[in-house]
Ligand binder design. Structure first.
Ligand code: FE
Length: 137
């Protein structure tokens, strides 16, 4: 998911191809940074464990708090060094548009690239590419 290092692939919860969004649990062990990105549509998050912040903002997302990412927002998710594990439930509408520091696009992820990524993963671990079908709506 565009993260450098510590992010673990946990099963998706819903890959909604018919409406163009997905929900997942983002889990980061130890410190980690999720690459700078922009969303054209709203993102909703709820912090289940640990805490994190965006390098672009001075507030912190703490355990039990709700996070709203408005359309057009560019940010870089950072998990502080003293956090053992962070788990946040996210609903991502549309896509993650990864950018360089000047806002130029460097790549993207949408529900379809997520489905492809899951198919490749489940094939690689021996569950078969159809394993992802249970998460697709
Ligand atoms: Fe985001």
């Amino acid at each position: 998911m565009g993260a450098s290092g510590r992010e673990r692939l946990v099963p998706p919860l819903c890959l909604n191809a018919s409406q163009g969004y997905w929900t997942n649990l983002l889990r980061v062990r130890k410190t980690g940074v999720l690459s700078r990105h922009r969303h054209p549509q709203a993102v909703h998050g709820f912090v289940l464990k640990g805490r994190w912040r965006y390098l672009e903002h001075d507030w912190e997302a703490t355990e039990g708090s709700y996070v709203y990412e408005p359309p057009g927002e560019t940010h870089t998710l950072y998990v502080p060094e003293d956090v053992e594990e962070m788990i946040t439930y996210f609903t991502v509408n549309g896509l993650m548009y990864y950018t360089d520091p000047w806002g130029k696009g460097t790549g993207f992820e949408d529900v379809f690239t997520k489905i492809d990524m899951c198919r490749a993963h489940y094939t690689a671990v021996g569950l078969g590419e159809d394993y992802v079908d249970q998460f697709i709506r």
